[in-house]
Design a protein around this ligand. Structure first.
Ligand code: NAD
Length: 491
C-alpha cells in the first residue's frame, strides 16, 4: 500500500487509499524549482462524508475504548516506524516545501516522532481530577472526572511545518482515543499521506486516521468543518481563516482549538551578549525562510546597541546560503509559492513607500537556471519604520524583520505589546531579573529569554488575541481532545 500511485497523491479513507475515479485534482509544484511534483486527488463532499463516517465507525468498533496502554504502545510504534522510514519523510517534506534537507531532518521529522513519543508518555502518566467534598451533615462525597474522547476530530493544518504541526495534533488526539480526519494544506499533502502508510503498518485500526486532500473554502476544508458528524476542530493556520472556520463551526457549537498567526517581537537590551543575541535573532527571523508562526518580525533594540545589532544582523543575513534544498550547505529555502512571494514582495514595496531603509535584501535573488522557477526571496531587514506602519503591524510570514530603537524597559514592553497578535516573544538580556520581569509582561502565549523556539512539549502552546484560542501541549492537549464527565458519589 503506497501513498503515491504514479503521479497521483491519494486520499486515505477507512484504512485504504482511494483510487481517483475522476480527474478532479490539482497540481503540486516544487517551490524550489517551480516544477510539477505530483497531482493530488481533491476530495469532494461525498468523500469527506465517507471519511467522517469511517472515523465514527472506528470509534463504535472499539477504538474509543482501547486501553490507554495499548494506545500509548501504538504511538511508540508509530514513532519507531517514522524513524525507520526517516529519509522518506525527509524527502517528501523537502519536495513539498523546498526547505533545506538539514532542517527537515533536524526539526520537522525529528519533531514528528518526538510528538508521538511525548504524547504516549503524557497520556500514560495522566491522572484523574478528584475532590473529596465535605458535606453540612458531616458526611462526605467523592467527585472525580473521567475523561472520554471528544470523538471525531477534524484536523486542519498549514504548509509551513506540515508534518510537525500535523503530528502535534494527531498524536494527542489518538492518544486520547479519538478518530481523526485530517486535511493537510493543498501545498504540502505528501507527509500526511505517508503517515497513513505508517499508521496502518503499526496496526492502527481502519477509520481512525483519514486524510482528505483539497483546498479550504468550497473544497475539502469547508466540507470537513461543516460536516455534522465532527465533534471538534483543531486548526492551525492564518487568523483570517481561523475566524472563518469559527463561524462555520458555530451553528453546531463544537469545541475549537486555534493556533493562528503571529507578529512576534524580540526585545534586545543593551547589556546583552551581542554574539549570542545575534545568533538567536538570526534563527528567530530567518528559520524556514521566516515561515514559522513563531518567527520574529519586530526587533526592538535598546539604543546603546542598536547600530551593532543592526549591522551584525544584516551581516548574518547576508551570510545565509540560499540554494538547492538538497545541499548540506543550504541554510535557507524558497517561500512556499509564487503567490506567497507576491504577498511578501508587496510588503517589501509598501515598507519602502513608508520610508523604510533596507539594510539588506529586499529583492528576488539570482540563483541560476535550475532554481529560476522557484519562489526565492532575499532575507531582508529594515530600519526606519515604526509601530504605525502596516509592515510592522501585519503578519508577513517571510524572512524579514523591522528593527526599531527604544530607550527604557517600559517603552520596550509597550511597543512589543502594541499588536493585535499575541503568540510569542523573546527577550535578550544578561540581567536575569529583568529577563523574567519582561518575559512575564509580554501579552503572548510563549515568552522566551535568551532563546527562541526551545520547546518542552509538555508545556502549553498557543496564543492570545488574533493568535488563537486555547492551548495544546502536555495536559492542555489532553484537555482539548477529551470531554470530562464528573461523577459525584455520596459516601
Ligand atoms: P491558511 O489559513 O491559508 O490555511 C491553513 C489550512 O486551512 C489549509 O489546510 C487550508 O487549506 C485550510 N483552509 C483555508 N480556508 C479554509 C476554510 N474556509 N475552511 C476550512 N479550511 C480552510 O494558512 P497557511 O497560509 O496555510 O499557513 C500560514 C499561516 O499559519 C500563518 O498565518 C501562520 O502564522 C499560521 N501558523 C500558525 C501556527 C501556530 O501554531 N500558531 C503554526 C504554523 C502556522
Amino acid at each position: 500500500m503506497t501513498a503515491q500511485n504514479g503521479l497521483w497523491t491519494r486520499n486515505f479513507v477507512d484504512g485504504r487509499f482511494v483510487e481517483p475515479d475522476t480527474d478532479r485534482g490539482f497540481e503540486q509544484i516544487d517551490p524550489a524549482t517551480g516544477k510539477l511534483i505530483a497531482r493530488v486527488h481533491e476530495a469532494d463532499a461525498a468523500l469527506v462524508d465517507r471519511a467522517v463516517q469511517a472515523a465514527r465507525g472506528s470509534l463504535a468498533n472499539g477504538w474509543a475504548d482501547t486501553p490507554v496502554r495499548e494506545r500509548a504502545a501504538l504511538l511508540r510504534r508509530a514513532a519507531d516506524r517514522i524513524e525507520e522510514r526517516f529519509e522518506e519523510f525527509v524527502a517528501a517534506e523537502v519536495a513539498d516545501t523546498g526547505k533545506p534537507v538539514t532542517q527537515a531532518r533536524e526539526l520537522d521529522v525529528t519533531r514528528a516522532l518526538t510528538n508521538f513519543r511525548t504524547f504516549a508518555d503524557v497520556v500514560a502518566a495522566a491522572g484523574l481530577e478528584s475532590f473529596l467534598t465535605d458535606l453540612a451533615d458531616g458526611g462526605q462525597a467523592l467527585n472525580y472526572a473521567v475523561r472520554k474522547p471528544l470523538g471525531v476530530v477534524a484536523v486542519i493544518v498549514p504548509w509551513n511545518l506540515p508534518l510537525l504541526l500535523l503530528t502535534w495534533k494527531v498524536a494527542p488526539a489518538l492518544a486520547c482515543g479519538n478518530a481523526v480526519v485530517v486535511k493537510p494544506s493543498e501545498e504540502t499533502p505528501a507527509t500526511a499521506t505517508l503517515l497513513a502508510e505508517v499508521l496502518a503498518e503499526v496496526g492502527l485500526p481502519p477509520g481512525v486516521y483519514n486524510v482528505v486532500h483539497g483546498f479550504g473554502g468550497a473544497s475539502a476544508g469547508e466540507h470537513l468543518v461543516t460536516h455534522p458528524g465532527i465533534d471538534g476542530v483543531t486548526f492551525t493556520g492564518s487568523s483570517a481563516t481561523g475566524s472563518q472556520v469559527m463561524k462555520m463551526v458555530a451553528p453546531k457549537v463544537r469545541p475549537v482549538s486555534f493556533e493562528l498567526g503571529g507578529k512576534n517581537a524580540a526585545i534586545v537590551f543593551d547589556d546583552v551578549d551581542l554574539d549570542e543575541a545575534l545568533t538567536g535573532l538570526t534563527k528567530s527571523v530567518f528559520t524556514n525562510t521566516g515561515q514559522v508562526c513563531l518567527c520574529t518580525e519586530r526587533v526592538y533594540v535598546q539604543r546603546g546597541v542598536f547600530d551593532d545589532i543592526a549591522a551584525g544582523l544584516a551581516e548574518r543575513a547576508r551570510g545565509l546560503r540560499l540554494g538547492s534544498p538538497e545541499a548540506r550547505s543550504t541554510t535557507t529555502g524558497p517561500l512556499i509559492s509564487q503567490a506567497h512571494r507576491k504577498k511578501v514582495l508587496d510588503y517589501f514595496a509598501l515598507a519602502e513607500q513608508d520610508g523604510a531603509t533596507v539594510l539588506t535584501g529586499g529583492d528576488v535573488p539570482e540563483l541560476g537556471a535550475e532554481l529560476s522557477g522557484g519562489s526565492w526571496i532575499e532575507p531582508t531587514l529594515w530600519t526606519g519604520l515604526t509601530n504605525a506602519h502596516r509592515a510592522v503591524r501585519e503578519e508577513i510570514f517571510g524572512p524579514v524583520a523591522a528593527l526599531i530603537p527604544f530607550d527604557t524597559e517600559d517603552e520596550a514592553i509597550a511597543l512589543a505589546n502594541d499588536t493585535d497578535y499575541g503568540l510569542a516573544a523573546s527577550v535578550w538580556t544578561n540581567d536575569l531579573r529583568r529577563g523574567h520581569r519582561v518575559a512575564q509582561r509580554m501579552n503572548v502565549g510563549m515568552s522566551w529569554v535568551n532563546t527562541w523556539f526551545l520547546r518542552d512539549l509538555r508545556s502549553p502552546f498557543g496564543g492570545v488575541g488574533l493568535s488563537g484560542i486555547g492551548r495544546e501541549g502536555g495536559e492542555s492537549s489532553l484537555h482539548f481532545y477529551t470531554e470530562p464527565t464528573n461523577v459525584c458519589v455520596q459516601l
